[in-house]
Write a protein that binds this ligand. Structure first.
Ligand SMILES: [Zn+2]
Length: 513
């Protein structure tokens, strides 16, 4: 009898003794051309998600979402891991992260890791192009510190597709995996993959080795849609490689061109099960495929005036205008007015523009529903995204700006908070076709059409929708758009690199000059 109990106890213990793996990270895409630095308060505000999460809140936020952490949670369940949630900051994207902010967040991450009663592995969800004061490759600095404190543990890093990867971060991590898709629809899948590899490493089933190869080129964001060629065939090839059991992960990040750092540019990372020659050969082959594309990457986008005229002339609607210069997900102000100015100037009918402008939003709240609105909007954050523009109209609705995105969209966020939000029905509207200005308190990445529908705007009934982004909003807008036009608008995320002066990036990169 005693023995019987003992064996039950042993069984019970072994079932409870799953390997414990920490999860957490800092997600920041740093636009070094944006003079506005990023503080802890900016991380807390976020650009759509829930700011800084700690402990169990990380799991609660991601359980029903489609993010990397959502995939890690599912993977932990599937592959028998216990998660130890630490701290998760972001996503955020503005200018350089202040030293104080970096030390505070990286310090907290490390502190929480050290406080874990027991750890068999660490999963770090990082963006891959964070630049902090003193740390041009801040993601590598995070991993370096974690590696220093946990020299023997497997550290698996997940990155965004827009990661600028360096040899340093490859050296400090056990495996580094980036999103394969842009728009990023595979965030959850990559989290699942990271958890699976982690479980196999802990159980001694695989011994990862990884190789990075970087082609000396810039892969302009305009060409980073991985769902169409020329990139699709390369991404498909990286997915095919992973069907080889010797290849643990094959990543082809496109890089992020507004971080002026030595690591800027695309890359290929292949991690194999203890086969460095295979990793090297395949990484070089995929890198050669990227390099071979270079002559096909020719920029030719209409300016705002031409783009609005093209949209008005189109025979099917809605037409989506991608405001590439004010790409909020790329670190811009979100209050750019170049396209709004053209819509007003050309008296375009049935447009929708979202602008982040706390002052104008609060003025609309003060006026109340049905009240009149008449004031300059946008162009208030910096001098790079157009002048404030006078908009006259009527307050149509006011809301708390919260909504849910249940579908898989860029990045996989579920819970959104725009802060106070007002819809202005602008002058020029008719009974059948309105011009809508959506004013939000916070800068919000346009990755969900529920940003509009939750405020009573039906995008399918409109003629022209402006989305402040380049590729990422496609996941939300392609299902409803009759046509998408990328617009060569000015701003800190302008797609033409010749508008910027690079100092730290490799000057020999093809496409930079
Ligand atoms: Zn990205």
């Amino acid at each position: 009898m005693k023995l019987y109990y003992l064996s039950l106890l042993t069984l019970g213990l072994s079932a409870a003794e799953k390997p414990v793996v920490a999860v957490g990270g800092i997600i920041h895409e740093t636009n070094t051309f944006n003079p506005r630095k990023t503080t802890v308060a900016d991380f807390e505000t976020g650009i759509g998600g829930s700011g800084i999460l700690r402990g169990e809140d990380i799991l609660r936020e991601s359980e029903l979402a489609n993010s990397t952490t959502s995939g890690i949670i599912e993977g932990a369940r599937r592959y028998g891991l216990d998660l130890f949630p630490t701290v998760q900051a972001g996503p955020q994207t503005i200018g350089m992260v202040t030293r104080e902010t970096f030390e505070s967040l990286a310090g907290e991450l490390l502190q929480r890791l050290k406080a874990a009663p027991r750890l068999e592995g660490i999963l770090l969800t990082l963006h891959g192009t964070m630049v902090a004061e003193g740390f041009p490759h801040a993601d590598a600095e995070v991993v370096r510190r974690v590696r220093q404190s946990f020299p023997k543990l497997p550290i698996i890093v997940t990155h965004d597709y827009h990661a600028n990867v360096s040899q340093e971060i490859i050296d400090h991590s056990t495996v580094l995996i980036t999103y394969k898709e842009c728009p990023h629809l595979d965030a959850r899948e990559r989290g699942l993959q990271a958890a699976r590899i982690m479980a196999d490493v802990i159980r001694g089933k695989v011994k990862p080795v990884q190789v990075l190869v970087k082609p000396p080129m810039l892969l302009n964001l305009v060409f980073q849609n991985t769902f169409v060629d020329p990139l699709k065939s390369i991404v498909d090839e990286s997915k095919r490689l992973e069907t080889n059991p010797k290849i643990l992960a094959a990543s082809v990040p496109g890089g992020y061109q507004w971080a002026d750092i030595p690591a800027m540019g695309p890359g290929v990372i292949v991690a194999t099960d203890n086969d460095p020659a295979l990793a090297k050969r395949e990484a070089q082959r995929l890198s050669d495929m990227l390099w071979a594309l270079r002559d096909r990457l020719v920029l030719n986008l209409p300016d705002p005036a031409r783009a609005v005229a093209m949209a008005m002339k189109n025979d099917r609607f809605p037409v989506v205008l991608m405001d590439t210069g004010d790409n909020i997900g790329g670190g811009s102000s979100g209050d750019g007015t170049f396209l709004l100015a053209e819509l007003l100037e050309q008296k375009a009918p049935g447009w929708v523009v979202a602008i982040s402008d706390p002052e104008a939003t609060e003025a609309a709240f003060k006026a109340g529903v049905g009240g009149s609105f008449d004031m300059p909007v946008g162009g208030k954050t910096d001098k790079l995204h157009g002048e404030p523009l006078r908009v006259r109209g009527r307050v149509k609705s006011l809301s708390d700006g919260r909504f849910i995105e249940p579908e898989v969209r860029h990045g996989g966020l579920r819970y959104w908070d725009m802060g106070h939000t007002a819809v202005i029905e602008a002058d020029g509207s008719t009974r059948d076709l309105s011009n809508f200005l959506l004013l939000t308190r916070k800068r919000i990445i346009p990755f969900s059409v529920h940003q509009l529908t939750s405020n009573g705007i039906y995008p399918q009934r409109q003629k022209i929708l402006v989305a402040k982004g380049t590729v990422a909003p496609r996941a939300a807008y392609e299902p409803i758009a009759a046509k998408i036009i990328e617009v060569d608008s000015g701003g800190v995320t302008a797609v033409n690199p010749k508008r910027f002066t690079f100092q730290k990036a490799n000057p020999a990169l093809f496409g930079l000059k």
